[in-house]
Design a protein around this ligand. Structure first.
Ligand SMILES: [Zn+2]
Length: 281
């Protein structure tokens, strides 16, 4: 006499088959960590940045891989148009807000004290770019991959004088070197990562600043260690301090057009992890 099959057996078989498919089928696409979008949204909700002719909110940039940002900002100038970018920068809201604070608290006071004029332009060498930290395949993703970083190649003062990291960090006159050290040291009070010339071989020509989360303790990276600098000159002497502008800084802002890094498809977001040896950001 044949035994009757239990009526639940077919359903059990279906459930097992579904579980097997889920475990060895196509893996789910890695997602950008939620904290990034949450931080962007909080920045906008708190109105830390207000859209203007110089700061415009674009559509979400989603991918390749986990690269991108929810509310990208296309920035042509800061401080209400007073400080231009050499090329449109694509940044997230927290970076734009922090750059505004940094200009007001660090850069402009230093420029006034050292040169008697304001900074009128930031020469960017890169903002959003889906790439690995060291530019090699398989490397962890840089904060640039999320619009959460900026590479600063130099500044142009309101009198037309151009200051570059590649020349003036070590070979500028005393006040120009001191200005760049002011900017470096002050950057470390505003950003969670600051890598300037001397931090490693990759940063010989720019200051990298970002707002990475370095673990839950919120520690920061500031390299090289800021050192003693010359006192500002007598303000009475500043009227004659301007010198002729030098040649244009290299302008290679934005993506390089190369293939996206493999880490973008592996969820290679290390910002919450340990921060290892110095490397290009
Ligand atoms: Zn960088």
């Amino acid at each position: 006499m044949a035994r009757r099959l239990s009526p639940i057996l077919p359903f059990l078989a279906l459930a097992l088959a579904a579980a097997a498919l889920a475990s060895c089928g196509v893996p789910a696409r890695p997602e950008r960590p939620a904290w990034r979008t949450q931080r962007e949204n909080a920045c906008l909700a708190e109105r830390r940045v207000r859209p203007s002719a110089y700061v415009q909110i674009a559509n979400e940039m989603d991918g390749p891989g986990i690269c991108g940002l929810t509310r990208p900002m296309k920035v042509t100038a800061l401080q209400g148009g007073a400080v231009a970018f050499n090329a449109t920068a694509t940044l997230d809201c927290p970076m734009v807000a922090t750059l505004e604070d940094w200009l007001a608290d660090v850069v402009q006071p230093a420029a006034q004290a050292r040169f008697g004029v304001a900074v009128a332009q930031i020469d960017s060498m890169g903002s959003y770019s889906c790439r690995g930290m060291n530019g090699q395949r398989g490397a962890p993703l840089s904060e640039h991959s999320f619009g959460n970083a900026l590479d600063i190649g130099g500044f142009v003062l309101a009198d037309g004088r151009r200051i570059t990291l590649v020349h003036d960090w070590t070979r500028g006159d005393e006040q120009t070197r001191a200005f760049l050290m002011d900017v470096h040291a002050g950057s470390c009070k505003h950003f969670s990562t600051v890598l300037s010339p001397g931090s490693n071989a990759f940063h010989y020509n720019h200051i990298h600043v970002d707002l990475a989360l370095h673990g839950r303790s919120g520690r920061s990276v500031c390299k090289p260690v800021p050192h003693e600098i010359a006192a500002p000159p007598d303000p009475a002497l500043l009227a004659n301090a301007a010198s002729p502008a030098r040649g244009a800084v290299e302008d290679d802002d934005s993506d390089t057009g190369e293939a996206p890094p493999r880490a973008a498809f592996e969820g290679g977001d290390t910002a919450m992890g340990a921060y290892g040896a110095p490397r290009r950001q």
